[in-house]
Design a protein around this ligand. Structure first.
Ligand code: ADP
Ligand code: MG
Length: 363
């Protein structure tokens, strides 16, 4: 019989990292969220060959303090959370200190960073596979951080081949994700570029640090999109089964804000490719909610799908983001009554929508 023995710690690290960084979207999500957490008002995302060669995110945020250089890419080192209890009052996207450490295990990572008092000097940081700091070098640079990820999954050959095979589809998903961050982030300038072969940096889309989400939508999808939209402003309130004695706490209140196409023919689209969902301004996939939106819309407009931008504002106790290692799944408690209540409100909104004045066009 074979002897039972522990897996080498380096292999464990790679396996776990592959669960945090599952695909191209995970890389972009983690780097953009780090920039937003650092208070950036300008974020540029650059790809080489759709991300196969390079994924680079540059921000003008706080920069990384020199005292943190040694720890920045070590597993479970974070400047954002120190105890499990802090999770319930979380204000930042990141909190587990796993992204940079996982990226080092799966690809070639380097960071150039400067705090305000260091600029125009910055420091370039290079890391070992374990996340240990390998090299620092003074370079020129403005306040902020640029994180560069090259040769994604080069350390996991099967995953690398999978990425190469599906790169166009993966890149399409990444753009959808970036649309979501760029739309919700008012006051932040987003710019996304892709270089393929000998072409110069081609701007894929850009927003202009607008004060409203409507202007962000206009920048990304074109000002005409706004003409088809009505405002989402729903107050959902529902009771759910009691788990304790304090029955008065068993009412959940959720506010849904955003924009949706009017359910008239010509206002929707052939494909449901412009549907953005958020929980407390955090972009996330909400398959059941998305299904509910599309079902109600279909009962008014059978041939098309709506543009949807829907932000669900709710108490942090009503959901859990810590379900999967990549934090992409958001578990909504009491999703059954939530969906019933949502469908009723949407029906009402669409029935009244003939009288609704379309959202004004942004010039
Ligand atoms: P987390 O975001 O969960 O803390 P990460 O591995 O993503 O973990 O990042 C580790 C730490 O590196 C962060 O807590 C933060 O202090 C620092 N950091 C990463 N990216 C940036 C950035 N763009 N600007 C400033 N600090 C950053
Ligand atoms: Mg992070």
């Amino acid at each position: 019989m074979a002897t039972i023995k522990a897996i080498e710690s380096r292999s464990v690290h790679q396996i776990q990292s592959g669960q945090v960084i599952v695909d191209l979207c995970s890389v972009v999500k983690e780097l953009v969220e780090n920039s937003l957490d650092a208070g950036a008002t300008s974020i540029e995302v650059r790809f080489k060959t759709h991300g196969l060669g390079l994924i680079e995110v540059q921000d003008n945020g706080t920069g990384i303090s020199p005292t943190n250089y040694e720890n920045v890419a070590l597993k479970h080192y974070t400047s954002k959370l120190s105890t499990y209890e802090d999770l319930s009052s979380l204000q930042t996207f990141g909190f587990r200190g796993e992204a940079l450490s996982s990226l080092c295990a799966l690809s070639d990572v380097h960071i150039v960073t400067a705090q305000a008092d260091q600029a125009p000097k910055a420091v370039r940081l290079e890391f070992e596979v374990s996340g240990k700091l390998k090299k620092t070098q003074v370079v020129a640079g403005q306040r902020g951080t640029t994180a560069s990820v090259e040769n994604l999954f080069c350390k996991l050959p099967v995953r690398r081949r999978e990425l190469e095979r599906n790169i166009k589809r993966e890149y399409g998903k990444v753009l959808g994700l970036l649309h979501a961050y760029a739309c919700i982030s008012t006051g932040v300038r987003f710019s996304v570029k892709n270089t393929v072969a000998k072409t110069k940096n081609v701007v894929v889309f850009a927003t202009k640090a607008n004060p409203t989400t409507k202007e962000n939508i206009a920048n990304i999808y074109g000002a005409k999109t706004l003409l088809a939209l009505i405002a989402l402003d729903l107050d959902l309130e529902f009771e759910h089964s009691a788990t304790g004695k304090r029955r008065d706490q068993d009412v959940t209140k959720i506010h849904v804000s955003g924009h949706i196409s009017r359910p008239v023919f010509g206002e929707g689209r052939q494909t449901p490719d412009r549907q953005l969902f958020f929980v407390n301004s955090r972009p996330c996939g909400l398959p059941q909610i998305s299904k509910a939106f599309n079902e109600v819309y279909k009962s008014f407009n059978v041939t098309q799908s709506p543009f949807i931008f829907a932000d669900f504002q709710m108490d942090t106790s009503a959901y859990d983001v810590n379900v999967s290692p990549d934090k992409r799944t958001v578990l909504l408690h009491n999703s059954g009554p939530l969906i019933e209540s949502l469908k009723l409100s949407l029906n009402q909104l669409f029935e009244d929508s003939d009288q609704t004045v379309p959202v004004a066009q942004v010039t």
